[in-house]
Design a protein around this ligand. Structure first.
Ligand SMILES: NS(=O)(=O)c1c(F)c(F)c(SCCc2ccc(C(=O)O)cc2)c(F)c1NC1CCCCCCC1
Ligand SMILES: [Zn+2]
Length: 256
């Protein structure tokens, strides 16, 4: 986990002074206490559409100094599992270091090795810049990454490009591939709660889905993620997760 002050993503009081929402009562990430979730049978399986991207489609991959971001076409949508359709904007990852795990959400106090976020926006707004300011404007699908016995081929198109974007600000392109392969096989078992962006401006406009099933990557793949990218001042970009935030009475729903 992060040592005080060295984590590039440290969530210190300064965020709230510069970005007031960061001090709000509906912040993310959170610890999911599975004994206090409520089952809601209204939560249908999440269904994606347009996720098999044409390999001729070039997707931009960028190290923005805080994470590695893959831009996604708005033709990738959430077709069900949410009150209305959402369109994709980008996906990015959170990870730890060889010293410890780096998921943002925790489950019963357990932090996983990493976490995938696929960020969507409500298309009834003109752009994500507008949507992210509106309640229900954003939906983020979150999946835990965990060390398993073998390589996860679905992650290779992303991971093999990390050396190309080692320095902050570096960009490259990735051929379109099957985005659904990055998510767990079961999209029917998940937690749902209302929260926020986990980085400034921390807008409290995110309808979160945290899948119950984890995604397995090899130790080699997780280590590549933990030891390749640089943030500010050529330091290794590690532990880019925000500490868990208080629920302030929010309910966490479970689809199972
Ligand atoms: N977990 S999360 O979804 O809150 C999240 C993070 F935790 C993140 F850490 C990030 S990256 C940090 C924010 C950032 C910094 C620089 C640049 C740039 O130079 O282009 C862009 C963004 C990051 F990009 C995101 N997601 C973004 C939040 C930024 C504004 C809305 C756009 C899509 C979602
Ligand atoms: Zn994120």
């Amino acid at each position: 986990g992060p040592h005080a002050g060295t984590s590039p993503h440290a969530d210190v009081a300064q965020w709230a002074s510069m970005f007031p929402d960061c001090g709000g009562q509906m912040q993310s990430p959170i610890n999911i206490d599975t004994s206090s979730t409520s089952v809601s049978l209204e939560l249908q399986p999440v269904e994606l559409a347009g996720y098999r991207l044409d390999p001729r489609e070039q997707l931009r991959l960028e190290n923005n100094g805080h994470t590695v971001v893959l831009e996604l076409p708005s033709s990738l949508t959430i077709a069900s599992g949410y009150p209305q359709e959402y369109r994709a904007s980008q996906l990015h990852l959170h990870w730890g270091s060889p010293e410890g795990p780096g998921s943002e959400h925790t489950v019963d106090g357990r932090r996983y090795d990493g976490e995938l976020h696929v960020v969507y926006y409500n298309p009834s707004y003109q752009s994500i810049k507008e949507a992210m300011r509106q309640p229900g404007g954003l939906a983020v699908l979150a999946a835990f990454l965990q060390v398993g016995p073998e390589d996860n081929e679905h992650y290779q198109p992303l991971l093999e490009q990390l050396p190309e974007v080692q320095e902050k600000g570096k960009k490259t392109t990735v051929d379109g591939f099957d985005i659904k392969g990055l998510l767990p096989t079961s999209l029917s078992r998940y937690y749902r709660y209302s929260g926020s962006l986990t980085t400034p401006p921390c807008y409290q406009t995110v309808n979160w889905t945290v899948f119950n099933q984890t995604v397995l990557l090899s130790q080699k793949q997780i280590s590549l993620l933990e030891t390749t990218l640089q943030g500010d001042h050529e330091e290794l970009l590690q532990n880019n997760f925000r500490p868990t935030q208080s629920l302030h009475g929010r309910k966490v729903l479970a689809s199972f």
